[in-house]
Ligand binder design. Structure first.
Ligand SMILES: *[C@@H]1O[C@H](CO)[C@@H](O)[C@H](O)[C@H]1NC(C)=O
Ligand SMILES: *[C@@H]1O[C@H](CO)[C@@H](O)[C@H](O)[C@H]1NC(C)=O
Ligand SMILES: *[C@@H]1O[C@H](CO)[C@@H](O)[C@H](O)[C@H]1NC(C)=O
Ligand SMILES: *[C@@H]1O[C@H](CO)[C@@H](O)[C@H](O)[C@H]1NC(C)=O
Ligand SMILES: *[C@@H]1O[C@H](CO)[C@@H](O)[C@H](O)[C@H]1NC(C)=O
Ligand SMILES: *[C@@H]1O[C@H](CO)[C@@H](O)[C@H](O)[C@H]1NC(C)=O
Ligand SMILES: *[C@@H]1O[C@H](CO)[C@@H](O)[C@H](O)[C@H]1NC(C)=O
Ligand SMILES: *[C@@H]1O[C@H](CO)[C@@H](O)[C@H](O)[C@H]1NC(C)=O
Ligand SMILES: *[C@@H]1O[C@H](CO)[C@@H](O)[C@H](O)[C@H]1NC(C)=O
Ligand SMILES: *[C@@H]1O[C@H](CO)[C@@H](O)[C@H](O)[C@H]1NC(C)=O
Length: 800
């Protein structure tokens, strides 16, 4: 970012670039993916399971009862927030059309929780502005799906008193989602309520097989599958999930203790269709995991919340907010209807499937299933299997061995060689949240897997899930204690999980790949980790005739293009040195702002050893690949060494001798620089007189410093189009110099033009130029002019 730019026509630029800016914004947004789930979760409270009126906007109505302090505060606040006080009198009729809020309506019970915290010294310090004012009170109210909660905080010097007042439907009442108000409901026993909701079958079974004492436990939340779900289950028809077929323990240890009379078996001729592992019957054991001690209004539950059932198993609650109404699942069974009060203070929710029993972790389920041998092995290789055995929230797209075998032999063996390949690949199959099949409605979901790749998932017309481009689920919703498994028919292979040789083949770096093979580099390339490879374009390879090199030379050239450090373009700062595989050879990174970049948000141009990076960050699983437009050449010498060793720079050397610049070049105190080295021909054009003036070492020193640019400026780093921008570089004697491109192969620095560009050295760069820039009046900043007269005296003219 060394090039100083002067922007001359600010207004012109702003006008002409405004359309570009728009395009840029547009593109930026187009490329940005939003994580649907996290984004939508933020709006959780805005969407009701059933539609509910917008929160109240009315002024407080007069109350028969003396309102308590909190209510007054709450009313005042909501009034303020809604701009009620600002309503002109003439418009006061508007107030009459607004409705009474539900939480002031019938069947609403108010409870109050008070908490007093003694203020510690540090609290006092923190809240001091309030304390100085004496007591301070704050009140906030919010409407959730089933509650209206007002929080009142009173600070004083000694204590903070928090009072929470909660309005909700009384037990025995239910929010009517059409009116928005709480309504009294006739509380009936569980079985009767269930029957009225079209879920009588399951309740009937429970009545016969579950102990009365259990059924009559007070304050129980019960998930009841609909009759349809029960029938599907008994007949072993495919439901949206297929837990039973996969989840159950291996034969022999399954439900052995269920006595035969404790089962309702499916009727009729379905027996031969029964799977070997699990007779589809609703046993008492099978039913008990639908009972949760405690009262849980579905709106009070959180996404990924785990409920403990009466038999010690778990129910995982998930909420998906993508569709118009949020979808709520319990162990991946969709909750169809919620919050029905029942006798004994209980609560009933209807689901569209029998809740699977959760006893095992994802790891256990995978390990018990012989279809997932490779998946388990790879997950273990990637150190992920252990994680899948721990508590967490995961969705795993499990790949069967048969599906893994769909990958080419070559790809499989490469995957197995490189640990980071397999890690990226396996991580691409794991999503760090629970996504049940029921979560996918009409929307296409984009979510990030553990590998950081975006995965698109959508429901197909066949009720399966399309995952990425290649994979489709064969079984969904195998629920585990720490998430859910969906089985897919093809591995998910993100680009970044490709071995580097596959990437090169896919990206048409064919010649380079062949050279790597020829030099014996290809075999090890897929196993190496944390590498960067600069791959020259096919044209560049052809031009450099790399195929004509003998093996030793080829190895050296290739080694120069490979680094054992992984460097993305995001890390490439100006003058970063990247070590190469050639001992003591480092690659210099230089960056260049392109004209107008500031305005259109273009990334700066990045060069490596003066070769432009034309394609950045092609990421293989273990290697970063950047395509460049030239074959890299090593930096062979230092600048001073080059001056000594190159006979065509003998005049320059002669001038340099005994100047202080000589020592500074030698000890590197000038930092990375660009030397504009006049050739012998250029010096030949100097007059006698001019030569003579240069015998003075101070004059020579000053002259040579004009030929030193205090940065590394590769010829190709200088932009093609310079108008209306002018690019400037600083010279070692503290002036700035205009730089512009003359033709494809030459650049004009000040008054001189390059004859031969980009001679790389360890400490910078040399361009051979065609002219010595003898001192002439140089315009200074402002209106001063400075020149050195023929006697070597420095003359500064002011006010010209
Ligand atoms: C607060 O302080 C009072 C008196 O200093 C004490 O009785 C009370 O227990 C304290 N409360 C808490 C929550 O620490
Ligand atoms: C049931 O819940 C109600 C209201 O929350 C409570 O008053 C009652 O004590 C609870 N009963 C039992 C047995 O826990
Ligand atoms: C099978 O069940 C028996 C008794 O319920 C138990 O002791 C044994 O550990 C179980 N075996 C497996 C592999 O789970
Ligand atoms: C699962 O997700 C919930 C909600 O985001 C979070 O509170 C919980 O800690 C997570 N569980 C684990 C084991 O990470
Ligand atoms: C749906 O299933 C049918 C029959 O199995 C198959 O031919 C079709 O390709 C599937 N469609 C999709 C979108 O998966
Ligand atoms: C590679 O080359 C083939 C044939 O020349 C072409 O069809 C394909 O699009 C190229 N792929 C890339 C990534 O450039
Ligand atoms: C690769 O890089 C990562 C992160 O920088 C580091 O933790 C790891 O040890 C490196 N691996 C090798 C083989 O150098
Ligand atoms: C540099 O200085 C030394 C001693 O001061 C002198 O002998 C030598 O000739 C000078 N070299 C040049 C090129 O002026
Ligand atoms: C390099 O040489 C110059 C001139 O002799 C001197 O002023 C400077 O301090 C030296 N710098 C270092 C880092 O040695
Ligand atoms: C050098 O001198 C020759 C002959 O006098 C002239 O043709 C040429 O243009 C000059 N070169 C420069 C860079 O001035």
């Amino acid at each position: 970012m060394f090039l100083l730019k002067k922007l001359y026509f600010y207004l012109f630029i702003l006008v002409s670039f405004s359309s570009l800016i728009n395009a840029w914004f547009f593109n930026d947004f187009g490329n940005e993916h939003t994580d649907v789930f996290s984004a939508l979760n933020r709006f959780k409270d805005l969407e009701a399971l059933d539609s509910e009126p917008i929160p109240d906007t009315s002024l407080p109505l007069s109350e028969k009862n003396e309102p308590n302090k909190e209510e007054v505060a709450a009313d005042l606040l909501s009034t303020l927030l809604n701009g009620g006080l600002g309503l002109p009198h003439g418009l006061s009729f508007l107030k009459q059309v607004t409705r009474q809020p539900w939480w002031k309506g019938p069947e609403v019970c108010v409870s109050k929780v008070e908490q007093i915290v003694n203020n510690s010294q540090s609290d006092v310090a923190e809240k001091s502005p309030f304390i100085f004012l004496g007591n301070a009170a704050f009140s906030t109210c919010r409407n959730t799906l089933n509650k209206y909660i007002c929080t009142n905080k009173i600070y004083s010097r000694e204590e903070t008193k928090t009072t929470e007042v909660i309005y909700q439907c009384c037990s025995g009442a239910r929010k009517n989602h059409d009116t928005g108000y709480c309504e009294h409901v006739d509380i009936k026993p569980l079985d009767e309520t269930a029957k009225n909701l079209g879920s009588g079958e399951f309740a009937k079974a429970m009545d016969s097989y579950i102990k009365k004492s259990v059924l009559e436990t007070p304050n129980m939340t019960v998930f009841i599958p609909s009759d349809n779900a029960v029938n599907m289950y008994l007949q072993n028809l495919p439901t949206s999930y297929a837990n039973e077929r996969v989840i159950h323990a291996p034969a022999g240890n399954n439900s052995q203790d269920d006595s035969a009379e404790n089962e309702i078996t499916s009727t009729g001729d379905k027996t031969e269709k029964k799977p070997a592992l699990s007779g589809n019957a609703i046993t008492s054991e099978r039913a008990l995991n639908h009972f949760v001690p405690g009262i849980y209004n579905i709106h009070d539950l959180e996404n990924e919340e785990i409920l403990k059932t009466i038999d010690g198993l778990t129910i995982r609650i998930n909420m998906y907010h993508g569709e118009r109404k949020p979808l709520i699942t319990a162990n991946c069974a969709l909750v169809k209807s919620a919050n029905h009060p029942i006798e004994n203070g209980g609560m009933l929710h209807v689901t569209d499937a029998i809740l699977p029993q959760i006893t095992k972790s994802i790891k256990d389920i995978l390990k018990e299933n012989s279809e997932f041998k490779m998946f388990n092995q790879f997950a273990a290789d990637a150190d992920l299997l252990g994680k899948l055995g721990e508590p967490g929230n995961y969705t795993v797209f499990a790949v069967t061995d048969a599906a893994f075998n769909k990958l080419s032999e070559d790809m499989r063996s490469k995957l197995q060689k490189g640990k980071s390949c397999i890690t990226t690949l396996m991580k691409a199959h794991i999503i760090p949240r629970t996504l049940c099949g029921g979560a996918f409605g009409k929307l296409t979901v984009m979510t990030r897997s553990l590998s950081g790749n975006w995965l698109t998932i959508e429901k197909t017309i066949n009720n399966t899930l399309q995952v990425g481009r290649d994979s489709e689920t064969t079984t969904t919703d195998i629920v585990a204690s720490n998430g859910v498994i969906h089985v897919v028919d093809h591995p998910i292979v993100p680009k970044s999980a490709q071995p580097v040789t596959s990437l090169m083949a896919n990206k048409n770096h064919t010649m380079w790949l062949n050279l790597m093979k020829k030099a014996g580099f290809a075999e090890t390339a897929d196993e190496a980790m944390n590498r960067t490879i600069f791959v020259p374009s096919e044209e560049a390879i052809e031009k450099a005739k790399l195929d004509e090199l003998d093996d030793d030379k080829l190895k050296e050239v290739l080694s120069l293009h490979i680094s054992d450090k992984s460097v993305c373009s995001c890390q490439m700062k100006n003058n970063l040195m990247i070590p190469s595989l050639v001992p003591d050879e480092e690659l210099r990174v230089t960056t260049y702002e392109t004209s107008g970049a500031l305005f259109v948000g273009l990334d700066p141009k990045i060069m490596v050893q003066c070769a432009s990076i034309i394609e950045r960050d092609e990421k293989a699983c273990d290697t970063m690949v950047h395509e460049i437009d030239k074959v890299l050449t090593p930096a062979t010498d230092t600048i001073i060494g080059k001056i000594y060793n190159d006979p065509s720079l003998s005049k320059l050397k002669q001038l340099l001798m005994n100047t202080s610049l000589h020592d500074e070049l030698k000890n590197g105190s000038l930092g990375p620089i660009t030397l504009l080295a006049p050739t012998e021909n250029a010096f030949a054009n100097l007059t006698e007189e001019e030569w003579k003036s240069l015998e003075d070492k101070n004059v020579a020193d000053e002259l040579l410093r004009r030929h030193i640019v205090s940065d590394v400026v590769c010829c190709d780093g200088v932009g093609m189009s310079t108008w209306p921008f002018s690019e400037e570089v600083n010279t070692a004697n503290g002036f700035s110099m205009n730089v512009r491109r003359k033709s494809r192969n030459s650049v004009i620095f000040g008054e001189t033009t390059t004859e031969s560009c980009d001679h790389l050295t360890k400490d910078g760069l040399i361009h051979y130029v065609d002219k010595v820039m003898m001192p002439r009046p140089i315009s200074l900043k402002g209106s001063a002019v400075k020149y050195i007269d023929s006697n070597g005296a420095e003359v500064v003219l002011l006010g010209l």
